[in-house]
Design a protein around this ligand. Structure first.
Ligand code: NAD
Length: 329
């Protein structure tokens, strides 16, 4: 990084935070981004870089130290005793290699990963009591989310009851498939309404509706990938996914247990090529330390689990120019 003084860094950090907070509000709270993700990511990474160079400027309210979303005051709030975190990301295979080296150093031996697709949607928590869906909530700011139970009852792949009377919580991604997204935008265009910038925003805008009947009309789906409190016999992420699938959750079948970087890179190449042909949007690949005990041991930072990382795909050619979109519900 080119040398700057502490004063210059202070000014730059303030300007970056102000800009990023505005963009994050548009993206997370209004579900209507005003810039492309890669523009946001570049500024975010610059803020990280300056904060790393000048750690005395890091404050808890910086976007680098907290989960990005907010809670819309019109929704009932839901506390997440186990926070719903964000995820660290990298943009190259070299950085993935560094992540793997870091994991090996921390645990003292080679690590096996469950490698999954990074689904382009929004996080959703599902809580069950005695096998019945009790509550669904968004990630919100990580500690407090929004109650979207009524909306989730209209998502057909979410089980309302489980085959066993479990009291448990699972988490995953709520998304809108590409076909449903194209159809919705076409209908909106024909009705003279503004279109959604991308499937992620369409999913968020469709789930986070005070009137659940609007959600009912939108074709939302889920991929469930986290069992927050699995039974003791489940000891790996891979097993957890299989077990949740057996309970009736919609899980993504492409996940693979991989131990070598060569295999992981081949998986990345495979899905970089297959990405366009998938029926849902993905924006990267997630590496998760497969062993749940090791995950516990590695723990979290204030913002992200240490045991997982996202490899983000390079930005695609955009069909929709985000900054021209005016949001209406
Ligand atoms: P993120 O969306 O990059 O990654 C974390 C999320 O990935 C998790 O919360 C989860 O919902 C999701 N996910 C998808 N598949 C998963 C899987 N298989 N396993 C686990 N999690 C999975 O992180 P974030 O903090 O929500 O958002 C940051 C990103 O959002 C930025 O990198 C940026 O691209 C985008 N953003 C864009 C703007 C904008 O203005 N365009 C503003 C804010 C944020």
């Amino acid at each position: 990084m080119a040398e700057i003084t502490l004063d210059q860094a202070r000014q730059e950090v303030a300007a970056l935070r102000k800009q990023l907070d505005e963009w994050a509000d548009a993206y997370y709270t209004k579900d209507a981004p005003v810039v492309e993700d890669n523009v946001y990511d570049q500024k975010y990474n610059r803020l990280l870089e300056v904060e790393q160079e000048f750690p005395e400027l890091v404050t808890p309210d910086s976007i680098t130290q907290r989960v990005g979303g907010q809670v819309d005051s019109e929704f009932t709030k839901v506390a997440h005793p186990i926070p719903m975190l964000s995820m660290g990301d990298v943009f190259s295979k070299d950085e993935l290699k560094e992540f793997d080296q870091r994991m090996q150093k921390l645990v003292g031996h080679p690590v096996t990963y469950n490698v999954e697709l990074k689904i382009d949607g929004l996080s959703l928590s599902l809580e069950y009591e005695n096998g019945r869906l009790k509550r669904a909530s968004t990630r919100g700011n990580g500690s407090v989310g929004e109650d979207v139970t009524a909306n989730a009852r209209y998502i057909s792949d979410i089980p309302q009851t489980l085959p066993e009377p479990l009291t448990t919580e699972v988490r995953g991604e709520c998304y809108m498939g590409k076909k449903a997204f194209a159809k919705l935008n076409q209908e909106r265009e024909e009705a003279g309404q503004s279109v959604f910038a991308n499937p992620r925003n369409a999913a968020a805008g469709s789930l986070r509706q005070l009137d659940a009947k609007v959600t009912k009309k939108r074709d939302l789906s889920t991929f469930i990938y986290t069992w927050v409190n699995p039974p003791a016999e489940i000891t790996s992420q891979h097993q957890a996914i299989d077990a949740m699938h057996k309970l009736g959750f919609h899980t993504n079948e492409t996940g693979r247990k991989l131990a070598s970087l060569d295999e992981i890179f081949a998986f990345i190449d495979e899905y970089t090529a297959k990405r366009d042909s998938l029926t849902y949007g993905i924006d990267g690949i997630v590496l998760k330390v497969d062993d749940l005990n090791l995950q516990q041991q590695l723990g979290n930072t204030v913002k992200v689990p240490r045991w997982e990382i996202a490899y983000k795909f390079p930005p695609e050619e955009q069909e929709t120019v985000v900054h021209e979109i005016v949001w209406t519900v």
